[in-house]
Design a protein around this ligand. Structure first.
Ligand SMILES: C[S@@+](CC[C@H](N)C(=O)[O-])C[C@H]1O[C@@H](n2cnc3c(N)ncnc32)[C@H](O)[C@@H]1O
Length: 331
């Protein structure tokens, strides 16, 4: 099992100790080896990693670990990292080994970062953080504490592999979905939900859950698939969308703005619109299955293989009103 002692210490430091038992219960359930057949194997790969001097360099590639190691040690680390394939979000470099992930997640960060209220000293929550790539970028931008949550144990173990080679950092990646967080945390200065909303069948519940994790006056950063269109326009794919099975609601930017205002956010704005490119999402040695090129119509890259508009992503920023301010939402 993984230790979460550092997380629980930080929880107490940040005045959230009353939630200790809640987190402990959900983390234990999520990381039980009975839940995922590969977990024992991944834990072993993690336990077998050599103890080397630690280092961290947060740039577009998040680089950890010293690169002056002998070839046998490098080969050993390479095998351990490859046991966790597919690596989707990155890129990373571990002791000089470049993990060329499916996504160039640095592209997304470069679209998001210029529009954020400064993260310096902030308490940040990244919902659906995957292997935690953006958590490193948030820490690199000065956040005091970054909590990432993701229900996929593979991504949580990937994060542990990267952290193993980095000096202790105030980043906690927890094996939880948003539905496992304590209700009404009202705690985080900035909350990110990137690439999650379209996977939720109840989008208003997701937006309300997001709202309730943020402290009054705090900021939401919502990145999601959108379509071109008017306030009432929303695409609900009949079956798959770009080969993804679990896509529910893809609103227009105007509809999404209205949804955010309806649940009580203010100062809602779209700061970036971007059609996903094959440079940003592609098959690599570290994610050898199909990727964007296989999900688009081969004769028209502006359409998915199912005939829907190709993936267009918006970055929305919104503010949770200050305490005491009249709220327009009811629940
Ligand atoms: C498309 S990826 C986005 C990853 C990252 N946030 C990014 O923008 O690059 C969606 C992530 O959400 C996670 N996820 C799925 N259901 C979730 C839930 N209920 N709560 C939180 N995260 C969830 C998935 O495991 C996956 O890592």
């Amino acid at each position: 099992m993984l230790s979460y002692d550092d997380f629980f210490e930080r929880l107490a430091l940040h005045d959230l100790a009353k939630h200790h038992a809640h987190f402990a219960q959900h983390i234990t359930q999520a990381m039980s080896p009975t839940r995922h057949g590969d977990l024992e194997h991944w834990y072993q790969a993690l336990a077998d990693l050599p103890d080397l001097s630690q280092s961290l360099d947060v740039k577009d590639t998040v680089a950890v670990g010293c690169d002056t190691i002998d070839s046998a040690t490098r080969a050993h680390i390479d095998v351990a990292l490859r046991a966790l394939i597919p690596w989707r979000k990155g890129p990373y470099e571990v002791c000089g080994i470049h993990i060329d992930t499916e996504w160039r997640s640095d592209f997304k960060w470069s679209r998001v970062a210029p529009h954020l209220s400064p993260l310096e000293g902030r308490k940040v929550l990244d919902i659906g953080c995957g292997s935690g790539y953006h958590c490193w970028r948030m820490y690199g931008a000065g956040a005091a504490w970054v909590v990432g949550i993701d229900p996929s144990p593979r991504f949580v173990v990937q994060h542990r592999m990267i952290s193993h080679f980095a000096p202790p950092s105030p980043i906690d990646v927890l094996p939880l979905g948003i539905e496992h967080l304590p209700a009404r945390l009202n705690a985080f200065d900035t909350v990110f939900s990137m690439g999650v909303l379209y996977h939720r069948s109840a989008p208003f519940d997701h937006l309300k859950e997001l709202r309730d994790t943020i402290r009054p006056g705090g900021e939401l950063v919502l990145e999601t698939l959108v379509i071109e269109g008017h306030e009432g326009e929303v695409l609900v794919p009949r079956d798959r969308y770009a080969q993804m099975r679990n896509v529910w609601f893809i609103p227009s930017v105007k509809a999404l703005t209205f949804w955010l205002e309806k649940v009580g956010f203010e100062a809602v704005r779209c700061v970036d619109l971007n059609q996903t490119s094959m440079e940003e999402q592609r098959t690599t040695e570290w994610m050898p299955s199909h990727s964007l090129a296989n999900f688009l119509d081969p004769d028209d890259h502006n359409r998915t293989i199912e005939g829907y508009p190709a993936p267009l992503r918006a970055v929305m920023i919104a503010k949770r009103p200050e305490a005491g301010k009249k709220r327009r939402h009811t629940a």
